[in-house]
Design a binder for this molecule. Structure first.
Ligand code: CA
Length: 236
């Protein structure tokens, strides 16, 4: 993690590119720019970036197609940075495998925070995985969940839901992504079963389910779990 982080920035707008490159360089990131979708795909394969920043409005290929191709090839975190601000666009990008979505104009502080979250996730989601935040501990190897030292008893589905969110903590998971991951691709579009399980889960792990500290709703899009604070990949 101390090695210099390589970022691939796929963005055709030269001004945006130079702004991001300059800003990230100051924070110690090395940024490789790609000004088209094709160039981005080529550099993603040849340069093995740690994180990919992807604009959706590209001159040659639609960014969603680039996203699909990138996701088919590997699990590098992808943050979409787009001027498309509708819920539909965000949901579509997240369903296609984006780890996060930032709308333009964005603040540099927000971009940096999202990048750090993606990197933390990339480096903590390895064998011996452990989630810890504000007294909530999840041992993703043994499947044990505890809150303030007390074991929390979850149903099988509740645990699947919690562990999925914990493994992607800090990132938004769309309703459809979660539905597919837990109930399979053939469930209908009704998210009722997900909402019921999420409500039950919140009653078990949130101190005040009405003001969640762990499981946040991204209205109309999906859920995001509080970032993992565990820097140690093992529970000891
Ligand atoms: Ca563009």
């Amino acid at each position: 993690m101390n090695l210099k982080t390589n970022m691939l920035l796929i963005e055709d707008d030269k001004n945006t590119c130079s702004f991001i490159i300059t800003a990230l360089a100051k924070c110690g990131y090395h940024v490789i720019p790609a000004y088209s979708g094709e160039e981005g795909l080529r550099l993603a394969a040849s340069d093995c970036p740690d994180v990919i920043l992807l604009d959706l409005g590209l001159p040659d290929v639609d960014g969603c197609e680039v996203l699909k191709s990138l996701r088919c090839r590997n699990h590098t975190p992808i943050i979409v940075i787009s001027a498309r601000t509708t819920e539909y666009d965000k949901v579509q990008a997240l369903d296609l495998g984006a780890d996060d979505y930032i709308t333009k104009p964005f603040s540099l502080a927000e971009l940096m925070a999202r990048i750090r979250a993606c990197l933390r996730h990339k480096y903590t989601c390895s064998p011996g995985r452990f989630y810890h935040a504000l007294g909530l501990n999840i041992d993703l190897e043994s499947g044990t969940v505890s809150l303030d030292g007390e074991i929390v008893h979850l149903t099988h589905v509740e645990y699947q839901l919690l562990s999925l969110l914990a493994e992607h903590s800090g990132c938004i998971l769309s309703y459809q992504y979660i539905m597919n991951a837990i109930w399979g691709p053939y469930t209908d579009d009704n998210n009722q079963i997900l909402r019921v399980n999420m409500a039950n889960l919140r009653h078990k792990i949130e101190r005040n389910p009405a003001r969640p500290q762990y499981l946040f709703t991204e209205v109309g899009i999906g859920y995001r779990m509080r970032e993992n604070e565990s820097t140690d990949i093992s529970p000891e």
